[in-house]
Design a protein around this ligand. Structure first.
Ligand SMILES: [Zn+2]
Length: 165
């Protein structure tokens, strides 16, 4: 028995070693398959990361472009608002000028209407200093025209104004 064992010891050891190597190599094989698959996954993830980075860069560029566009539009809007304000100011000034002119015209008209102007009642208009009598109290810028009868004017030695007679 002892001899048998001794005889076969080498064989047993060889068997054990070869089993061990087989097991180890099998394990190694499993590991390397797992490793390879992990490696592939890692590469996939890496390429996904690169893709995402590219996407992020593209998005950033897009954002920058949009921001530039926005600032351009803001500038245009500001300029348009300033232009509109300018136009509104000019329009308001024009309107104010027209209103002022209209007011002046109306007040001048009222002034003319408020002055006594009586025609064909037989009277004439004389000034305190003038040598003429007038049919129009507004003639010759008379300061305080007085209405008198034609006879009175003639008896005062006044002669008809060449402008209004
Ligand atoms: Zn006159």
């Amino acid at each position: 028995m002892k001899n048998l064992f001794k005889k076969n010891k080498r064989i047993v050891v060889c068997l054990l070693i070869s089993l061990g190597i087989g097991f180890m190599s099998c394990k190694d094989n499993m590991s390397s398959i797992e490793y390879n698959s992990l490696l592939t996954q890692k590469e996939n993830l890496n390429s996904q990361i690169v893709e995402m980075d590219n996407q992020i860069t593209q998005n950033k560029n897009e954002v920058n472009k949009l921001e530039t566009k926005k600032s351009q539009l803001d500038k245009i809007a500001r300029e348009a608002a300033a232009e509109a304000e300018k136009i509104a100011k000019i329009e308001a000034e024009k309107l104010a000028k027209i209103e002022a002119e209209e007011a002046t015209r109306v007040s001048q008209e009222n002034q003319v209407e408020s002055q006594p102007y009586i025609v064909n009642n037989g009277g004439v208009w004389i000034s305190q200093t003038g040598k003429k009598y007038h049919s129009n109290p507004n003639c010759s810028n008379m300061k305080t025209p007085t209405q008198v009868s034609l006879e009175d004017a003639q008896s005062l030695g006044l002669t008809p104004c060449k402008k209004c007679y």
